[in-house]
Design a binder for this molecule. Structure first.
Ligand SMILES: Cc1cc2nc3c(=O)[nH]c(=O)nc-3n(C[C@H](O)[C@H](O)[C@H](O)COP(=O)(O)O)c2cc1C
Length: 404
């Protein structure tokens, strides 16, 4: 399963660093290309020379040393790897990953990678059970970082408990599982999928707009999940700070009308359309050409309805599979069923944006899938990416049933 894969192995400053030499050896025996990145502390435990000899590749220890290639190395390495594994992962690197601190090669490259990250924590059991470490692990899990172990047993510090790094073969097994699943999960191979994301902006004058709190996280996660599953994904996105998932084509728009035009133009060639954007229902009738001057008078803004993109797609659809999102603040299910029928969606994903852990800007969401055949599936709180992957599976399942 690992043959032909490029793996970044991050080694941090723990006693278990010596076991990572065996991880490199096993990965290479399976045909993987391994690039080792060591923290300064890790080099106190094992020399870079050992990893260089075992991996047959340069070992990265500093952002500022003479480059080994002419690229900006931490970025070009991040773009090459199919997965990253940090083993052993110190309490320190976990905390740095949570906060986004990027003060050495490893922590910087981890911010730049877009492929899955696996982490095998190793530390004294008191450090492992400290609330800071536990909270950091929880946050990393929510961000879809896969945590491997730790295992229980005798520790180098002389105590017993959990905190030992998982055995090299157990770590390799997790990587193998991941790659075997992702191979089977290419459910969407050959499918064209259009996803909308973000909150549209409706200009009032050259410096002001009416917007909403959507950040684009849900839509970007949907685009990522479909790309992972082998689809050709176009993301029509309102302004968003989020990094574009690899392999996804982006069409940047700002207003609801621009989104309408771009989506409608591409609609005939799509197999699946997922409308995850928060599109403004109204826009100002007049868009002032000059900045409105401040005065002590109250101001009236007249608003006109924007075209409803999902409704239009529902009317025009031929074979396309349509998914809508509904962000509700009251009676989410009743409103969801009504919306789904009116807009002729195949799946409507409803979320109550007032719940903690759900809605705009959060990494997690709590949603219910409503299906055109009357079924309903309530999902517990989970990362937006996990919800998106569940959606991919549901659609793949429904499409395979209609083929039978
Ligand atoms: C002998 C020794 C063993 C250590 N073992 C661990 C360990 O297993 N896990 C851990 O989180 N920190 C351990 N530390 C502390 C880390 O090396 C220290 O927090 C360091 O700053 C981690 O840096 P890094 O995350 O950049 O590698 C150990 C320190 C020493 C001196």
């Amino acid at each position: 399963m690992l043959s032909g894969k490029t793996i970044l192995l991050g080694v941090t400053g723990g006693i278990a660093a010596y076991k990572s030499v065996e991880i490199v050896s096993r990965l290479r025996k399976q045909g993987a290309e391994v690039y080792v990145v060591m923290t300064k502390a890790a080099t106190e435990f094992v020399t870079p020379l050992t990893f260089r000899s075992m991996s047959a590749n340069p070992v990265y220890t500093s952002l500022f040393e003479e480059p080994k290639t002419w690229n900006i190395e931490h970025i070009s390495l991040a773009e090459q790897v199919d997965a990253s594994l940090i083993a052993p992962a110190t309490a320190n690197i976990l905390a740095k990953m949570v906060t986004g601190i990027s003060d050495d090669f490893l922590s910087t490259v981890l911010l730049a990678v877009r492929t899955p990250i696996f982490v095998a924590p190793a530390m004294n059991h008191a450090m492992y059970h400290h609330p800071a470490t536990q909270k950091n692990l929880e946050i990393l899990r929510e961000r879809d970082i896969r945590i491997i172990g730790p295992a229980q047993g005798f520790q180098a510090c002389g105590s017993e408990g959990d905190g030992r790094m998982s055995e090299p073969q157990d770590i390799i097994n997790v990587l193998e599982d991941y790659f075997s699943q992702s191979r089977q999960n290419r459910y969407m191979s050959g499918k064209k999928v259009l996803v909308t994301a973000g909150g549209t902006r409706e200009p009032i004058d050259p410096v002001r707009y009416i917007g909403n709190f959507s950040t684009g996280k849900m839509g970007y996660a949907v685009a990522q999940a479909f790309a992972e599953a082998g689809a050709q994904v176009t993301l029509v996105s309102a302004p968003s700070e989020i990094a574009v998932p690899s392999g996804v084509e982006v069409v940047s728009i700002s207003t609801a009308e621009e989104m309408y035009t771009e989506v409608l133009r591409r609609f005939p060639e799509q197999d699946i359309v997922i409308k995850a954007a928060a599109v403004a229902d109204y826009r100002p009738v007049v868009r002032e050409t000059q900045k409105m001057k401040k005065s002590n008078q109250s101001v009236r803004l007249e608003l006109v309805p924007n075209p409803d993109i999902l409704t239009t797609l529902g009317q025009k659809k031929q074979e396309q599979f349509l998914v809508g999102f509904a962000a509700e603040t009251q009676n989410p299910l009743d409103n969801g069923w009504e919306k789904m029928k009116r807009k002729k969606a195949d799946i409507l994903i409803v979320n109550d944006v007032t719940l903690p852990g759900a809605g705009f800007g959060t990494d997690t969401n709590i949603v219910t899938f409503l299906f055109a055949d009357g079924r309903r599936r309530d999902l517990p709180q989970m990362s937006k990416l996990e919800i998106a992957r569940q959606l991919v599976e549901e659609i793949a399942h429904l499409k395979s049933k209609t083929k039978e």
